[in-house]
Design a protein around this ligand. Structure first.
Ligand SMILES: O=C(O)C1=C[C@@H](OP(=O)(O)O)[C@@H](O)[C@H](O)C1
Ligand SMILES: C=C(OP(=O)(O)O)C(=O)O
Length: 437
């Protein structure tokens, strides 16, 4: 197996220009494709997840062009109807491509098959399929019920005496199901209501969805987090141009590097004006004792030099609102002055891997005592971290990225299968080197 040995890096300092946000890139591509008019998308992320979305749109007959080898693209909208009405789409392990495309295609008039890597076929989609079936969608499971791969057949709107359409979706497994419905329902042009059953997790991602829909001309009314209403007659229209923010989840690794390696480390591309919930990672970092400064478009972190015995403050925190950046906090807990508890992250079990179990296993390899609960981790840091641990990454980009922080804290580490970072940040390890001192 390929691996990467990271030598201890004793301090951190520097500035990183972030790659584009995965969540914004894939939503923007789909909205621009469905819209009326042409959209110039600037600063698109270049990674596996986005390449799967771009390839799927091309297969569905959407014309798009990349400007040279820049991160800027022109997308020609298809006004809500994909030109190709029979296609097989392979979407890797990209939740932000799989779930929204399922909904958009299920409300269309074609025959489609959607599949992904083996792990994608273990990630649930039943709640979304149930919600779409309530709207008259015809979807078959091609493998295990409740999971991809899927066959999608033409939509026949359920004929009701009452005007408008209604559906319900569960909120506890993934917010991407609600995002998918919100993005797709304007295609029907009907008055649409979605009721969320149970607690909605990962709520800031719904804010990203609503914000981008608004930029493409569709306004959604919501009652708290349990009812969403899309008034009739709205369709997507191009805003002309759209700039993709830097990725706030990717920012977490560099801010963490600043917090344990002295810093300051500055990230550019996200800041106070960001629409991504993961910028709130900076608040958790501040609670752990890091110094944070923030401008409209940048965030900077500094803190103790942990390779010289500095420590962060231990925390006990509900991190449901930042599930991705929460993994970075789990590794930072190794540098804290006592036990930390990360709560309300049950969704970790159905992501790129079972992240609760993977995180517990790998944290133990560096000497931590870890209690793995159904939806939490309690991490007791060792007096001294075990050097040269061999970290398995489970084809999970975030496992590779957050465990690389051990080196920034002065502990040499081996990262197995480092290329798994390609899902969202192919050049991660090169960029990390630029903040090492
Ligand atoms: O909508 C999105 O862009 C995302 C939502 C989150 O997933 P869940 O809603 O499944 O927690 C997050 O973990 C994922 O990386 C991106
Ligand atoms: C959970 C993640 O990805 P996905 O969009 O595939 O759900 C992630 O990037 O951490």
């Amino acid at each position: 197996m390929e691996f990467l040995d990271l030598a201890p890096l004793n301090a951190s300092q520097g500035t990183v220009r972030l790659p584009g946000s995965k969540s914004i890139s894939n939503r923007t591509l789909l909205l621009a494709a469905l819209a009326d008019g042409t959209t110039e998308v600037r600063g698109l992320l270049d990674s596996d997840d986005v390449r799967h979305m771009l390839a799927a749109l091309k297969t569905l007959g959407v014309n798009w062009q990349q400007h040279g080898d820049s991160r800027d693209y022109r997308i020609e909208g298809v006004e809500g109807h994909f030109p190709v009405n029979a296609a097989d789409l392979f979407l890797g392990n990209a939740g932000t491509a799989f779930r929204p495309l399922t909904a958009a295609l299920a409300l269309g008039q074609g025959e489609y098959r959607l599949s992904g890597v083996p792990r994608m076929h273990e990630r649930p989609i039943g709640d979304l399929v149930d919600a779409l079936r309530e709207l008259g969608a015809h979807i078959d499971y091609l493998g295990n019920p409740g999971y991809p791969p899927l066959a999608i057949h033409p939509w026949q709107s359920a004929r009701d005496e009452k005007p408008g359409i209604r559906t319900r979706v569960r909120g506890e497994v993934s917010s991407q199901f609600l995002t998918a419905l919100l993005l797709a329902l304007p295609l029907t042009r009907q008055d649409a209501r979605i009721e969320v059953m149970g607690e909605l997790i990962s709520r800031p991602y719904i804010e990203i969805t609503l914000n981008l829909m608004r930029r493409f001309g569709v306004h959604v009314e919501r009652r708290e987090w349990h009812e969403f209403h899309i008034p009739a007659g709205q369709g997507y229209s191009s805003p002309g141009a759209i700039q993709v923010e830097g990725d706030a989840s990717s920012a977490s690794y560099f801010l963490a590097a600043g917090a344990i390696g002295g810093g300051p480390v500055r990230v550019e591309g996200v800041g106070r004006d960001s629409i991504q919930g993961d910028v709130h990672f900076a608040e958790t970092l501040a609670r752990m004792g890091a110094l944070i400064a923030m401008g409209e478009d940048w965030i900077e972190a500094s803190g103790p030099v942990c390779s010289q015995g500095g420590r962060l403050r231990a925390i006990d925190a509900d991190l449901n609102h930042i599930p991705d950046a929460a993994m970075t906090i789990a590794v930072l807990a190794l540098f804290a002055d006592g036990p930390s508890t990360i709560r309300n992250v049950a969704s970790w079990r159905v992501k790129e891997t079972d992240r609760l179990s993977a995180m517990a296993t790998e944290l133990r390899k560096v000497g931590a005592e870890v209690e793995e609960g159904p939806d939490y981790l309690r991490i007791v840091p060792p007096a001294r971290l075990t050097p040269n641990a061999v970290i398995d990454t489970y084809d999970d980009h975030r496992m590779a990225m957050c465990f690389s922080l051990l080196a920034l804290g002065g502990t040499p580490v081996r990262i197995n299968d480092p290329r798994c970072v390609g899902k969202t940040f192919p050049e991660y390890f090169d960029v990390l080197r630029t903040v090492a001192r």
